[in-house]
Design a protein around this ligand. Structure first.
Ligand SMILES: Nc1nc2c(ncn2[C@@H]2O[C@H](COP(=O)(O)OP(=O)(O)OP(=O)(O)O)[C@@H](O)[C@H]2O)c(=O)[nH]1
Length: 332
């Protein structure tokens, strides 16, 4: 028998269907690790092996030129570049706005990867991601810390590295091809002591099993985290950018980098060379090692050479870089 409810409507019908669109949470993977540890290499590997998942990547280089965004070629759902500041402090509002924009995309990404800059303290980013609106739609699922396996265990005493490690659920040891078994075992012990709760894996050339990073059940919202105390901001590193409208000479560049190397914490760049104009080369200087690799086609409207140098504040001046780098440009 139908009964009438107080407002005179039929109250005994089939249960009302919730016609609101069911919001599926978009898990976030936060990738942290020191300058040159191998974060972009891991993100690139993940995106190249997305296996049908729509992955959006947010990449933060704290210098004015975001080289990483250009090196991340295969983001299945686009790369958003945040540069000229750090998302753990000066760009925190930009990060939340960027996430909100990604979540409005139709279709929505399945996962969001945030690559922090090498100088970022992830505990500050974790705190920002716990913003209730973002957390409801895009909860932080995993913090991955990439550690260069050639790092000496003593280096992990650095306050920034410790904070990066202590926030991690998963620690990926990169560059295991460059270290012997004893060195790797010593570093492993140091990492385990600092962060016993983390899963530690080798990540040769960026390969980390996706199953460790993305949840099988995206409906499950992870528990909020305890991000730890806010550390006082300490500006320890600065980036100095150098650009040229002319290609660089490779042998001269080698000499220039040799002179700058003792002062550098990190450098990376994209440029055409006198030896091979019309092709981009990717230059990397990390952990004291310099490498060159073939890049893609040069884009119109950007300088033919762009290099970002990272050094401790006060160690290197733009005038010194200009003086040394100008020698890489052949006259004529
Ligand atoms: N030999 C070797 N080199 C690696 C490996 N992983 C990364 N690299 C190299 O290490 C250098 C730095 O790697 P990136 O992935 O750019 O490091 P990053 O942490 O993103 O650097 P920043 O964002 O500048 O802090 C690059 O030259 C990589 O090719 C690895 O497993 N083995």
């Amino acid at each position: 028998m139908w009964r009438r409810g107080p407002a005179g409507r039929c109250a005994g019908r089939l249960p009302k269907l919730d016609v609101r669109r069911q919001i599926v949470p978009v898990p976030i993977l936060l990738v942290t690790g020191f300058l040159g540890a191998g974060k972009t290499t891991v993100v690139n590997h993940l995106l190249a092996h997305a296996a049908g998942r729509r992955i959006a990547a947010v990449v933060n280089d704290f210098g004015a030129i975001n080289i990483d965004a250009e090196l991340i070629a295969g983001a299945s759902d686009g790369v958003v570049s945040l540069s000229n500041g750090c998302i753990c402090c000066s760009l925190e509002g930009d990060l939340l706005r960027t996430l909100a924009i990604l979540l409005r995309r139709d279709p929505r990404p399945d996962f969001i990867v945030i690559e922090t800059s090498g100088v970022a303290d992830p505990s500050d980013i974790v705190r920002n991601l716990m913003d209730p609106v973002i957390w409801r739609d895009a909860p932080l699922e995993t913090v991955l810390c990439v550690v260069d396996a050639t790092t000496s265990p003593e280096t992990l005493n650095d306050a920034l590295l410790r904070s990066q490690l202590r926030t991690a659920d998963v620690v990926a040891l990169s560059k295991v091809d460059l270290v012997d078994a004893v060195g790797r075992a010593q570093l492993l012990d140091a990492v385990r002591t600092l962060r016993p709760a983390a899963v530690i894996v080798d990540a040769l050339h960026g390969e980390v099993p996706a199953a460790l990073l993305f949840p099988a059940d995206v409906q499950r919202v992870p528990a909020p985290r305890e991000p730890g105390p806010r550390r006082p901001a300490s500006d320890r590193f600065e980036t100095l950018s150098w650009t040229s409208e002319r290609p660089v000479s490779l042998p001269r560049l080698q000499q220039a980098i040799g002179r700058l190397a003792p002062k550098l914490a990190r450098a990376k760049g994209l440029f055409e060379t006198v030896q091979q104009p019309g092709r981009l080369m990717v230059f990397q200087f990390a952990g004291g090692r310099a490498t060159l690799a073939a890049g893609g086609e040069p884009a119109a409207g950007v300088p033919r050479a762009r290099i970002v140098f990272v050094a401790e504040i006060g160690v290197l001046s733009i005038a010194e870089i200009d003086r040394i780098m100008e020698e890489c440009i052949e006259a004529g």
